[in-house]
Design a binder for this molecule. Sequence first.
Ligand SMILES: [Zn+2]
Length: 697
Amino acid sequence: MPQYGHMRLIRDIGSRTVLTGTLLVTAIVVTALLAPSAMAQAPTAGPGTTPAFDLGAIDRKANPCQDFYQYACGTWLTTHPIPSDHASYGRFTELDDRNQLILRDILEKAAAAPNPDANTKKIGDYFASCMDETTINAKGLAPLQPELDRINAMQSNADLAGVIGRLHHMAVDVLFNFSSGQDFKDSSAVIGQSDQGGIGLPEKDYYFRDDAKAVETRKEYVAHIGRMFQLLGVSAADAQTRAEIVMRVETALAKASLDITTRRDPVAVYHKMKLTAFEALSDSFNWSAYFAALQPPTMNDINVAVPDFFKNQEAMIKSVSLADWKIYLTFHVVHSQAAMLPVKFSEENFAFFGKYLTGAKEQRPRWKRCVSAVDGDLGEALGKAYVELTFGAEGKKNTLEMVGQIEKAMQQDLDKVTWMTPATKKKALDKLRAITNKIGYPDNWRDYSALNIVRGDALGNSVRANEFEVNRQLQKIGKPVDRLEWGMTPPTVNAYYDPQMNNINFPAGILQPPFYEKGGSMAVNYGAIGAVIGHELTHGFDDQGRQFDPQGNLNDWWSAGDAKSFEKRAQCLIDEYGSFDIGGGVHMNGKLTLGENTADNGGLRLAWMAMLNSLAGKQLPKLADYNEAQQFFLGFGQIWCQNNTPEVERLRAQTDPHSIDRYRVNGTLSNMPEFQKAWGCKESMPMVRGGKACRVW
Ligand SMILES: [Zn+2]
């Protein structure tokens, strides 16, 4: 799926590094809501459901006041080693794996259906073509040849813009990014969005850190690029030279880019200007040829996220030779489609992005990669079939009920806040009341009739799907905002808050055990799915979300004094999480993870308050010897049980706004007096921050 996320600010609950066939994508993961009766009708191919509360996961030799994560998950961690085709494995991976089996079943049946309807035919043909490795290998590079020829036919740098417009139209990330998005300051308007782009490593700083590991990573990346050129038939020596050229171009692009931590501030990436002013930033680039190839609708205003990036582009167009541009573009075209090229390309792609960067030992089986590809390219056609099979009306009703309880808890929490003046508090309550909820799946399913899927043409299908999506995004410019659109597909095991829509979204994929168990302990459900709902709601009020008003506009509604009080409280979390050392000389980044940590910190407290409201003084039956408070904290701790390779922990610490699982649990709970009381922890224990405890909301 094309990576249009650049300017989107949606905050999801978890994160997991997933290797799609081609790119290393940080997808997210986790969360779930209510469990539908759903799984009862699901195919029986998969393993049984994962219990929401797992006594067998607990390490009773550990001390909950010393290291609660170890206590809640210790036995699970030793009994669930990472499978060789994963770089991390957690309790939501178990759920995700089960979803994949359901999706495979849907797709295999679709591929074999004698008289399929239009959508069933599309997903069946796409899947069958993706699975047909023999045909893919036999075709070789032929399906990509027209693109490679177009690059090689360039006569001067003046031809660059037209070729890049064509590559952007097929979602190849070269030089910069161009798409659409809501205007930060007028969420009812969709305008053009231009942004930095064109690099292959995960983030700007990968090009400039000077520790031994970073130097090694760049060397390995260059070696990988070289091997990709060798697969294209280039001699070893020449391939090395070309790889170094690609690296040089990318380094120049990275230098002019903003780092991920800076990019979390919406003000830093908002520079609205007229199209003519944007074009003037890089005068030597033939914009009319670019837009003729990209084909966006007429537009006047665009947001230029990083103006200096385009000034640098101007310099690069003058200084980088045509031969070097050809080499850079050729690598990225092949890189972007490696998943649908002959196996040797996808294997080489995995060798660097999967094995080296994430520590996975082998590629996911082809069927899993093809399920992901259909989910990425035809997500709502596949998702519709998934929802019909798994998601009942009851799931939606239960979820809405719990969301209502958590929202009520947030209102009570805001009422009690002492560090805000009444005027700002009133505005916060207005924003809370304006938040809308989307549960399960879209009301209006996407229309794929304009997308042509051809059996036996895996690469062509992928390219056309990218073009369809690029076009769909661009055609939003100048039209009313579709507030019913979803940013995740229905089977996704995750959830998100969107500050420009001011809504919270819970796909069907997460609304099942272990996140919510029908008939399970109410306390465990509040600790698991309740914490997830609270987390997404709190995102509306984290360091980023708080800058948007009830209508989703970037608009400062805080008094100066209240904003200062907020920042002081946030600083406590920056310091706390920044102190976690993951080993190998890497620390967590307290600023990068601030929004997520704020959401965990506030969200779990909201879930706790909602549980107390529901219990109304009653006690729940004990589970083993655990009372309801202990069940609640175990429910929370256990959704995060996850083994990660050291490579994934490094990658996440350097690129992921979500804290690594162990710190997510211990970092949140050590700030909660309710936790310490539930487990009888003494002041001196590590899980008690006492006077240093952080609390934003
Ligand atoms: Zn989040």
